[in-house]
Design a protein around this ligand. Structure first.
Ligand SMILES: C[S@@+](CC[C@H](N)C(=O)[O-])C[C@H]1O[C@@H](n2cnc3c(N)ncnc32)[C@H](O)[C@@H]1O
Length: 416
């Protein structure tokens, strides 16, 4: 008697030793193999060989592209330059979708708006002294090593052009052991430089730094917390107002990203006449919104609100803006304080705004425009609103940190 065997399903050849297939990419931008090994700079569906020199691609993904920047392999500033724009968009949208589903929410991701290359107007570079001179650049991935990035494809060209001057400054601000943080922000009057250093500001430095600032075309130079040179006020335009942020103040990372977020926020609170702007910063949303509505801007940093207020006073024709310095984690605006507003804008830091969102949920406010830089804390806060009867609108993902794992987003909540 012959035994009938079930037809054999064709099986792929077993992977040769050292070869692995990439199943997915984590929200940190690392490829994950079947056994959980994390591999940088790979894509789902790729077959790679792993060695101590990094992954070698055996079968590339159709989404693989040539990295636009020559420093990509060494520099830790970007994680996803090997992926097509379409892949990165889908991946970022999925990070938001996954965070929402983890809270039991189904959200519609309406669109992903990605800032162009060469458009970051603000970045923190690292400066280090070497035997021969100084190094300025980004850290290598998961490392203290500083990688020089001339021609970097993230930053505005005005900022990359500043690197030789930053090297000069790193000679003064950094040591062989301790590095200096160099935060550069583009402004209407030229770059605004904030140096984060432990080195004391000596009399000699007080004399030499203004000259270096002038030669480099800086608008302002801040050493630790002290303004050492202000050749021109480093003005940022916010709607019709011109604002001079205090040293180290928060600012959206690209003009494109800021416009995209503002567009979402403006659409969400259209028609409102009295708006509370929570975590208002220097007025990114308050000042443009004051063209149509009265605004109460609340923020933890009094210096940022003072800058907002000066900007408002210098821009005739805007509706009234009042400001209130307040720690919104410890002392959120309570439902009775929220009663006089017909819309809220909320743009908290990474941790989200658990306490303030609980108060919004318990209030009668009908509309909330929420902006977030953390899908996880956003999803947690969104759930608290949805549980109290709010409906979440479509989510816009704004990718102003292109090629990185950061995700920003905006959406609107209305009472159902
Ligand atoms: C993501 S930024 C947004 C700022 C502003 N909406 C913008 O777009 O420029 C978050 C802001 O929250 C402020 N902040 C952080 N912790 C806070 C707290 N506990 N209470 C109030 N404000 C806080 C920061 O100073 C920062 O300005």
């Amino acid at each position: 008697m012959t035994e009938t065997l079930p037809p054999k399903t064709p099986q792929p050849d077993p992977a040769p030793e050292g070869e692995a297939s990439i199943l997915s990419v984590t929200h940190h931008g690392m490829g994950r193999t079947e056994d959980g090994t994390l591999v940088p700079r790979v894509l789902p569906g790729e077959v790679v060989t792993l060695s101590k020199d990094g992954p070698k691609i055996v079968t590339p993904s159709p989404e693989r592209v040539a990295p636009p920047c020559r420093h990509f392999k060494a520099c830790g500033g970007c994680a996803m330059q090997h992926a097509s724009d379409g892949f990165v968009e889908g991946w970022k949208a999925e990070i938001v979708g996954t965070a929402l589903r983890a809270q039991g929410l189904e959200g519609e991701i309406a669109r992903v708006l990605t800032s162009p290359a060469d458009s970051r107007r603000r970045a923190r570079l690292a400066g280090r002294r070497t035997k021969k001179g100084a190094l300025v650049g980004f850290h290598a991935r998961a490392s203290d090593t500083v990688i020089e990035v001339p021609g970097c494809r993230l930053l505005l060209p005005e900022l990359t052009a500043l690197i030789p001057a930053l090297e000069r400054i790193a000679m003064l601000a950094a040591s062989r052991k301790g590095e200096a943080g160099l935060t550069v922000t583009d402004s209407e009057a030229g770059p605004d430089l904030h140096i984060d250093t432990d080195k004391p500001l000596t009399e000699e430095l007080r004399l030499s730094l203004p000259e270096i600032a002038r030669e480099a075309g800086l608008a302002r130079l801040v050493w630790a917390e002290e303004i050492v040179a202000e050749l021109e006020p480093p003005v940022q335009r916010m709607g019709r107002a011109r604002v001079v942020p205090p040293p180290g103040a928060f600012l959206q990372a690209t003009a494109h990203g800021e416009a995209a977020l503002l567009d979402c926020v403006t659409g969400a609170v259209a028609g409102a006449e009295r708006i509370v702007d929570l975590f208002a910063g220097c007025g990114t949303f308050s000042l443009p919104l004051a063209e149509r509505a009265e605004i109460h801007a609340v923020e933890g940093e009094a210096a940022m609100l003072a800058a907002l207020d000066r900007g408002w006073r210098g821009a005739p024709g805007l509706k009234r803006i009042t400001t209130e310095p307040r720690d919104l984690f410890r002392r959120p605006l309570l439902p009775d304080e929220l009663a006089r507003f017909d819309a809220a804008v909320i743009d908290p830091p990474r941790a989200g705004a658990q306490a303030q969102v609980a108060a919004l949920a318990a209030s009668h406010i009908p509309v909330i425009a929420m902006v977030s830089c953390s899908p996880a804390s956003f999803a947690r806060d969104a759930k608290a609103l949805v549980e109290k009867g709010f409906e979440m609108g479509p989510v816009t993902v704004v990718d102003q940190f292109r090629w990185s794992p950061h995700v920003e987003l905006a959406t609107r909540f209305t009472r159902g």
